[in-house]
Design a protein around this ligand. Structure first.
Ligand code: ZN
Length: 306
C-alpha cells in the first residue's frame, strides 16, 4: 500500500495585500475665501496646498479673474494623488468696482401721491436724495422726506411761471412762501433751491416784460443767501419719455463716469418713480455713490438764456 503522506500546512498569514489608498488628498486654501479685490488691482492668486498621506502634492489651478470687470469669479484647485483620488476646492474672488462718481438724485414738483413709494425705495437702499418741493402734496410726506434724512430744496410754492417770472417781487414772495412751509412742517429753513424750468429757461421771457428776469434772479438769489441747482442729467420724464424703462435708460446712459451727476426727475410721475430702484441698483453695481445735495455740492449750473 502506498500511503501518501503529506503535511498539510495552513497558511494563516494574511493574503498578500495591495496597499490601496482610497482617501483623497486634502486641499487647504492660502489666503481669504472669498477674496475681495478692487477693480483695476492686480490679482495675485494666493493658491492652495494639498497633502496626501502627510506629503505635499501638486495642485493645479483653473479659472480666471478679470480685475477690470467687477463681479464674482471662481478659481478651482485640484489635486490628484498617486492612486487617482481627486480633491477639488474653489475660491470666490469678488472684484468690487472703484468709485466712479457721485449721483445726486433730485425730484421736483412734489410731494405727490407717489412720494411715499419713492421714500420706501430710497430707505431700502439707504440712498439719500434731494426733493425740490412746492406747495403741493401732503405735509406728512414733506415731514417724512426731512425726517428720513433727505435734502429739502425749494422750487417755489406755486410753480406758476406766469406769476413767479413776472417780477422779482413775485418770485421772492413765492420762494419765501415755500421756505416757510418747509420751516413750519420740518423746523428746517432751506436755502437750497431750483428755479422752475431751471436757470436756463426761456419761458420766463413770456412773462417778464423784457427785463431778462433770469439774469437778475440768479444774482438776487445768491445775494439773499440761496444756492440754486440745475441738473446735468435729465431723465426725460418731463418731456418725451413716458415709460419707466425710458427713464432708466436715459439716466444710465447720461450719468457721468468719474464725475458728478445731478439727475432731474419728478416724483409726481408714477413711471419715473418706478424707475428709481433700477437706477439705484445700476449705480451701486457700477461704483457710483448716491448723495444728497448740500451747500457745498456741485451745482450743475446751466447758462442763463434770459
Ligand atoms: Zn418743476
Amino acid at each position: 500500500m502506498i500511503f501518501l503522506c503529506g503535511i498539510i500546512t495552513l497558511d494563516l498569514s494574511p493574503a498578500p495585500t495591495m496597499e490601496f489608498d482610497t482617501i483623497a488628498p486634502e486641499i487647504t486654501l492660502n489666503g481669504e475665501n472669498p477674496l475681495i479685490i478692487k477693480e483695476g488691482d492686480d490679482f495675485n492668486d494666493p493658491g492652495a496646498k494639498a497633502t496626501d498621506n502627510n506629503e505635499e502634492i501638486e495642485v493645479t489651478t483653473s479659472g480666471k479673474v478679470n480685475a477690470s470687470d467687477p463681479g464674482n469669479y471662481l478659481i478651482s484647485y485640484t489635486a490628484t494623488d498617486a492612486t487617482g483620488n481627486v480633491a477639488t476646492k474653489s475660491r470666490v474672488v469678488t472684484v468690487i468696482p472703484r468709485n466712479h462718481g457721485t449721483i445726486y438724485l433730485t425730484f421736483d414738483d412734489g410731494p405727490g401721491i407717489y412720494t411715499a413709494t419713492l421714500l420706501d425705495i430710497l430707505n431700502k437702499y439707504n440712498v439719500k436724495a434731494t426733493f425740490f418741493v412746492t406747495g403741493a402734496g401732503d405735509d406728512n410726506l414733506l415731514r417724512r422726506e426731512y425726517n428720513e434724512g433727505h435734502a429739502i430744496g425749494l422750487h417755489t410754492f406755486s410753480h406758476n411761471y406766469s406769476y413767479i417770472y413776472t417780477s422779482i417781487d413775485n418770485f421772492f414772495e413765492d420762494l419765501y412762501k415755500i421756505q416757510n412751509r418747509v420751516k413750519n412742517v420740518t423746523g428746517y429753513t432751506s436755502y437750497l433751491m431750483r428755479f422752475p424750468g431751471g436757470s436756463s429757461n426761456t419761458i420766463s421771457s413770456r412773462y417778464d416784460g423784457g427785463q431778462h428776469i433770469m439774469s437778475k434772479l440768479v444774482e438776487e438769489v445768491k445775494k439773499r443767501g440761496f444756492i440754486y441747482f440745475d441738473w446735468n442729467v435729465t431723465s426725460g420724464d418731463a418731456g418725451g419719455t413716458t415709460s419707466s424703462t425710458g427713464v432708466y435708460q436715459n439716466v444710465i446712459n447720461r450719468v457721468i463716469k468719474d464725475g458728478n451727476s445731478v439727475v432731474l426727475q419728478h416724483d409726481i410721475k408714477k413711471f419715473s418713480v418706478a424707475a428709481v430702484e433700477r437706477i439705484i441698483k445700476w449705480g451701486l453695481e457700477n461704483g457710483y455713490t448716491f448723495k444728497k445735495l448740500d451747500n457745498t455740492s456741485f451745482t450743475a449750473h446751466h447758462g442763463v438764456n434770459n
